[in-house]
Design a protein around this ligand. Structure first.
Ligand SMILES: [Mg+2]
Length: 140
């Protein structure tokens, strides 16, 4: 029995996202939202150090990262990614709390592409990721 292949010619593009978030429920929510973007494979990291470990073995097309994390925070992660030739132009979306205007400004100055403000709304995450990756909205 054969299975339909969603990624065949003319199918959705094969893209990979890395979600970096130390809070498991928050991470789960973002991953769940992104599971609705067709053609997108999602990988999770618990903090900046874990993220660096993962980018060493996989080339991601987009990175969605929290700012406040232990060990290596989102701002340091952005700095490290932008200094890496392979990640100089890869879109980075940051997740910040509503009051954290300073973090947002610092992240954007370090090269973040865009941001999402907590509390996270799944449709907002999906829309922004599609927009940043240049994906058309699914029609179904
Ligand atoms: Mg956090």
């Amino acid at each position: 029995m054969t299975q339909a292949n969603d990624n065949g010619p003319g199918g959705p593009p094969k893209l990979t996202a890395l979600v970096v978030e130390d809070s498991p429920p928050m991470r789960k929510m973002i991953v769940f939202a992104l599971s609705r973007v067709r053609g997108l494979t999602v990988v999770e990291a618990d903090d900046g150090v874990d993220a660096l470990r993962r980018i060493a073995s996989t080339k991601f097309d987009i990175i969605i990262t929290d700012i406040n994390m232990p060990i290596l925070d989102g701002l340091k992660l952005i700095k490290r990614l932008r200094a890496d030739e392979a990640y100089r132009d890869v879109p980075i979306i940051i997740i910040t709390t509503e009051g954290a205007e300073e973090d947002r400004q610092r992240a954007l100055a370090l090269g973040a592409t865009s941001y999402i403000t907590k509390p996270i709304q799944a449709p907002q995450v999906i829309e922004l990721v599609r927009e940043v990756l240049g994906l058309a909205e699914d029609r179904r």
